[in-house]
Design a protein around this ligand. Structure first.
Ligand code: IMP
Length: 450
């Protein structure tokens, strides 16, 4: 039995979907613990490519319970569209469970998200426009509508009428937008409630019972560490806590119930939306990585900004998440480069800095200090073991593991499940002590530690 958290170690889009999908095979329960329809992962089912935003990728395994946890925000319209698409492919969805304490994204949240971004002008965050920030703001302000309210027709009508009257003032007076029709929205959302009611559970209790029954639970983070509301590049962040600590809050369990934390990082870095990005590559090389890596957002289709691997934020992600091991994805995207740079430190005002600065203004001033490694100039997409990898690709991975001070358990070399090297079982393999205090490894993962 192992309860494992999978988190993004960069700015999201690290390829967590593929890693979660791989690990879901040995999970009895998959729990999405934060975020909403801003996330996106692509799954291939019955020969069709599906883009999912809310439903965990574990849905393809009918025996696996998939829980959308308390820390998430749910747009019922999008969730029902996803259920419809799966059901049209005859993929069972009755094992999808929804926490009764998750918050609901309403039409006014989407409108306010977009209108406030427009008003911010050059100070915009570059949100996905899915109403995420305003939904979490209502949660904190204690005016949010939760799943438990949605499924009670009387409570829903009462709460929505009051809230829409209030939001209409904001829409009209602050954003110069037409008011919303409360009756129409109440009727629409009561329809959604009827569809979702059979899936609603007490998520914390369900997970606790699964833990007591010694079932394997996978906690799936959306977005990434640097987009964390408290620990990311504020204010250019999302409004939830993608870091490992967020899993306990978002699932409703205690920290002693977690066994391992797996971080997912790309072999380079991408970011979508605004905000500082020290290792960003401008010009042809950036375009090349974007094309080769198909770096376009699943949710908005926006082009992702591309840059070199940044070990300063990598080490930060190890610390903030208490990461046990790492999955490196998209190594193959670097296959044809002559040389590859890795940011090992920053320089700020002439001083070397090895730690991620929490001040966004200071972070924007960071200049990367690079070490350059030779490229391997050979395809890695067919490699299935470490021994298959070109020597220089292996050296690159070892260099990353050394800089991050965490072992690499998985290497991904393409979108399909078999384009993966499992260095060590990330769920049941040895813990962090693989790197002993004198830096000499003690376990089978040695080849990718130091
Ligand atoms: P929001 O989550 O829509 O409020 O957007 C806030 C910031 O997080 C923006 O920079 C988005 O581009 C970014 N973001 C949100 N979700 C994702 C994601 O799944 N992958 C990458 N970036 C994301």
């Amino acid at each position: 039995m192992a309860n494992v958290i999978v988190i993004g170690a960069q700015w999201g889009d690290e390829g967590k979907g593929k890693i979660t999908d791989l690990l879901s095979r040995s999970a009895d329960v998959v729990v999405r613990y934060q975020g909403g329809a801003n996330a996106g992962h692509t799954i291939v089912a019955q020969g069709q490519t599906l883009k999912l935003h809310l439903i965990p990728s574990g849905i393809l395994y009918p025996e696996t319970e998939c829980i959308i946890g308390s820390g998430t925000v749910i747009d019922p319209k999008i969730l029902i569209e996803e259920l419809d698409r799966l059901e049209a492919l005859e993929i069972p969805t009755d094992h999808l469970l929804i926490s009764e304490t998750a918050h609901i994204t309403m039409p006014y949240h989407r409108l306010i998200d977009r209108a406030s971004e427009e008003q911010r002008g050059t100070h915009r965050i570059g949100t996905t426009g899915r109403g995420i920030g305003p939904t979490y703001a209502d949660k904190s302000e204690r005016t949010g509508i939760r799943v438990v309210d949605l499924i009670d027709p009387v409570v829903l009508a009462k709460k929505l009428r009051w809230t829409i009257a209030y939001k209409n003032q904001i829409l009209e007076k602050l954003y110069n937008l037409p008011p919303l029709d409360a009756d129409a929205i109440v009727a629409e959302y009561q329809g959604y409630a009827d569809r979702l009611r059979p899936h609603v559970v007490d998520c914390s209790l369900r997970i606790y019972e699964a833990i007591q029954a010694r079932r394997n639970i996978l906690f799936e983070g959306a977005q990434g560490t640097l987009l964390d509301l408290d620990h990311g590049t504020y204010p250019y962040v999302t409004s939830s806590n993608p870091v490992a600590g967020g899993a306990c809050i978002g699932a409703g369990i205690g920290p002693t119930m977690i066994d391992r934390v797996i971080g997912v990082a790309k072999a380079y870095t991408t970011r979508v939306g605004e905000g500082p990005f020290p290792t960003e590559i401008d010009g042809d090389l950036g375009e090349h990585l974007c094309d080769r890596g198909a770096e376009f957002g699943t949710t908005t289709g926006r082009k992702r900004r591309c840059g070199w691997f940044d070990a300063v934020i990598g080490r930060y992600a190890v610390r903030i998440n208490g990461m046990d091991c790492l999955a490196i994805t998209k190594l193959d995207v670097l296959d044809d480069l002559d040389e590859i740079r890795v940011c090992v430190a920053y320089e700020i005002e002439g001083q070397r800095c090895h730690h991620f600065p929490s001040d966004a203004h200071r972070f924007a001033q960071c200049r990367p200090v690079y070490e350059t490694l030779p490229g391997w100039k050979q395809s890695t997409t067919g490699c299935r073991t470490l021994d298959d990898l070109p020597r220089k690709a292996l050296d690159y991975l070892k260099f990353l593991a050394e800089l991050m001070e965490v072992p690499i358990a998985i290497v991904s070399l393409g979108a399909s499940r078999d384009q993966t090297i499992i260095v060590e079982d990330p769920i049941h393999g040895p813990k962090r002590a693989l790197l002993s205090s004198n830096g000499v490894e003690e376990s089978g993962m040695s080849s990718l530690t130091r």
